[in-house]
Design a protein around this ligand. Sequence first.
Ligand SMILES: Cc1cc2nc3c(=O)[nH]c(=O)nc-3n(C[C@H](O)[C@H](O)[C@H](O)COP(=O)(O)OP(=O)(O)OC[C@H]3O[C@@H](n4cnc5c(N)ncnc54)[C@H](O)[C@@H]3O)c2cc1C
Length: 378
Amino acid sequence: MNSSRSYDLVFLGAGCAGLSLLVRLAEAGYLSDKRVLVFEKSPKNLNDRTWCFWEKGDGYFEQLVHHAWGRVAFYSNEFSSDLSLAPYRYKMIRGIDFYRHCMGVLEQYPQVELRYEEVESPHPVPSPCGERERERALVFNSIFDPAKKDPKATHLLQHFKGRVIETEQDFFDPGAATLMDFRVDQRHGTTFAYVLPVSARRALIEYTLFTEKLLQPEEYDRGLDDYLREYLKIGSHKIVEEEFGVIPMTGQSFPFYHQGMYQLGTAGGQTKASSGYTFQFIQKRSEQIAKALIEGRSLWNLSGDPDRFMFYDRVLLDVLAKGYWPGDRVFARLFARNPVQRVFSFLDNESSLKQEWQLISSLPTLPFLRAAAGVMFR
Ligand SMILES: Cc1cc2nc3c(=O)[nH]c(=O)nc-3n(C[C@H](O)[C@H](O)[C@H](O)COP(=O)(O)OP(=O)(O)OC[C@H]3O[C@@H](n4cnc5c(N)ncnc54)[C@H](O)[C@@H]3O)c2cc1C
C-alpha cells in the first residue's frame, strides 16, 4: 500500500452506524484495495448502551445476540396482555460485545486507520483530510449535533436510566420480557418501565420517559426504586451495572447527503421519531449502502422508506408532545386493538396501507386529526 496515497473512505464516528457499515464492507472484501481513515473520540471499551430490537429470523450480527425473547408483556391501566411475538423475536445486543466484535474485525485490515481524536466539527472534513480527500473520498458522518435543531419541527427526548440487577432467589422468567409497563406515574408525561430478564436472577430494568426536558438524576432513581418495589415486588437485590441515555425524537428531516458527507445513524435520521428505535434502521441502511458500493452503484439513488411513515411519526410525536392524548393510552390502544406483529411492522416502516388503515382506525380520531392538520399546515 502506498502511504502517500489519499484516503478512499473517511468515517467520522465509529459507533453503531459507522461500525455497522465498516464491518460489512470489510467482510465483503470491499476494503482490500481501499485506504480508510476513521475518527472516533472514545476507545469503545465500555458497555455504554444495550440495544434491543425485534427481528424475524437471523440478523447480520446474530452471533452477538446476548438474549432473545419470544414473548413479551405489555401493561397499562386500561390494557395488559402477554404477547407471543412469532415470527419475530425481541433481541438484545450489549454495546461492549458489538464494539469488541467490530474492532476485532477491523484490526485484521491494516488499510483501516483508526484515529482516536475528537473532531471539532464534521464540516469541513477535518485534517489530515486535505483538499484531495474532500474532493475524492467518500465521507460518512455519524457525529450527531443535538444543538442543530429545526425550530419548526417538534422535538421530544427519550431519556432513561437502566440498572442490571441480580436477585438472591430465582425471580425472573428469562423467556419473557416486559416491553412496556405504563402503570407507573405519568405525572412527567409519557413514562414507562421495561424489564429484560437474561436469567432467573438477572435482568435489565429501565425507567423511560418521552418528554421535552430531562429529570433530575435522583428522579430516575426514584422511578426505578418505586417500580422495583411496587410492581415487581423485588426486595433485596444487587445493582451490577447502570446506564443512562438520551435519544432525540424529532420530526426534523435529515438529508442523507449534506455538506459533502453521507450522514449515517442518528445524524442521518435513522432514529425513528415516534419510538426512538434506531438499531434496525441502521442495519437496513448499512446493508443498502454496502451493497451499492460493492456493486459499484452510486449512493445517490438509494431509496429511503416511503414518506408517509415520516408523516405518521410526526403526527404521533405531535400527539405526545402537545398532549392531545396521553401517551400511555395511545400505546395501550395500539396494543389492545392490533396484533403485536402489525404494530411491529408499522414501527419498522414496513406495513402495508391496509395494515396502516387498521392501526389508524384503532386510535382516537380527534386528537390524531388535530395533530395531522397541524403537521400538514406547518
Ligand atoms: C444508552 C442508549 C441505549 C439505546 N438503546 C437502544 C435500543 O435498545 N434500541 C435501539 O434501536 N436504539 C437504541 N438507542 C439508540 C441508538 O441505537 C444508539 O444511539 C446508536 O448508538 C446510534 O448509532 P450512531 O452511530 O448514530 O451513534 P453512536 O453509536 O453514538 O456513534 C457515534 C460515534 O461518534 C463518536 N463521536 C461523537 N462525537 C465525536 C467527535 N466530535 N469526534 C469524534 N468522534 C465523535 C462517538 O464516540 C460515537 O462512537 C440507544 C441509545 C442510547 C444512548
